[in-house]
Design a protein. Sequence first.
Length: 522
Amino acid sequence: MNEPRRMFLTLCAVLLAAAGALVWWTAQASAGANNNALHVAPPPAGNDGNPCSLGQPCATVQHAVDVAGSGGEILVATGIYTGVQARGAMTQVVYVSKTVSIRGGYSADFGTWDPSVYPTTLDAEGEGRVVSIVGLGIKPALDSLLITGGDATGITTNCPPAGGISDGCGGGILVYRAEAFIVHNVISGNLAAVSVGSESASGGGLCLAWAAGTVISDNLIAGNFASRGKRGMGGGIHLYYPYNVQVVSNRLVDNVATTDASLGGWGGGIAVGGSGAAVTISGNQIEGNKTNAGNSGWGAAIYHWYGTGRMTGNFVTGNHGASAIYMGGYEGLRLEANQLISNSTGVGILLVNGGLRSPTLVNNIIARSGEVSIGAQAYSGSPLSAMLLHNTLVGEGTGYGVYVGTGYVTLELTNTIVAGHGWGITSTVPVSSTVVATRTLFWDNGQDGITGTDPLFGNPAFLNPEGGDYHVGSSSAAIDAAIATGVDRDVDGDWRPIGPAPDVGADEARRRVFLPLIVRGE
């Protein structure tokens, strides 16, 4: 391995350690190595002829997985582990088909656990996938590993559809019909496939297919590609029928759905699909991801097509594509307390087509993320209805706050801030589309457009818009100006209302309470 790449992987390990560790695994690690676990170390200390004990570790993670019993724990010493093998009609560094936990970050003698000092790397060196996890009913775990060098081109077994005939999926990790726990890893520099013709690829970093209950938490997922050449879906992660899957507190940075400039790229950071499947995407930082080389694909940060679930508390910035978040075909999806700030996109959030149940958008901030903050479109066979409560929409002096581009759309907006757009709220087809706006605060728009019922006109007094802070200050016209909707928290999780009535927009302004001297004990 060349020195620049080694330095990069070491840096990734430092970032990995900064994410922290799960409480129970941290406790185990701080107490030292588990003598009952299997141990893996690079040669010459490690040898697959050894019993994988503390004093006689084996040399490959695959051998340890093979000899482990169900529920076994595998501790992996610092080093770079390479070499792929064919298992289950797939090629990878490690193939897991049983419930085992694999944890890296140990010193050579297993006496110390610190991934920042003792990085553990699984590197496929472009010769296959890095990790395949396959098996209904198994619950394996990957913790504190550097997953890199994966190239799943032509490895199509167990791959989900992704806009065309699959040419590969899950360059870093594939989870198929298993319930996996993927925590505190760096997943970087992986490729799902070099696609050609009408073929497609999905999940540059990770691909999950029918992986019910899987948890992806506290990982750095950076610099992965779904496709180099043609259609690509999910540069960082592709989730297919993600029943009760949780994607929580990860950093998804600089992932790309496809390098092609003209063909479809869906979900630079995360792509989700699957009717009836409930996913939770919460507390993630999603930054600098791209749909395609032409920035024309959908969902630079998140692409969601059908299914239900919640997207909450995500910070979305610096992503490139036609829209930052794309949502279509709904079954009760809820988008709450997300901040979309300064994305290089045409639309901040695009709502497309209808479904079994309407989507709900609550306490979101969409600012400087395209010519349209929230766009909506549908057609006669799939009308769209959506509820929007306590959102803050901020433009850059042009474009639209809310833009309904087709017929068959019904939007209900309540307690919304619309500021800094060329046009506040508009519907291009008012005969068959309806926008009901109630208690909207307008400020600094060229034209306010549809003002609706009980509109407000005044300065929202954002604290530091130049610095990306769209909380409202003490002089804001939004304070105590909203109507009750049953929303009892704001974008930060603070209670609302604080005063006699809720505040308009995503933020409930904090008030300084001056207590009498006797109460303060003075």
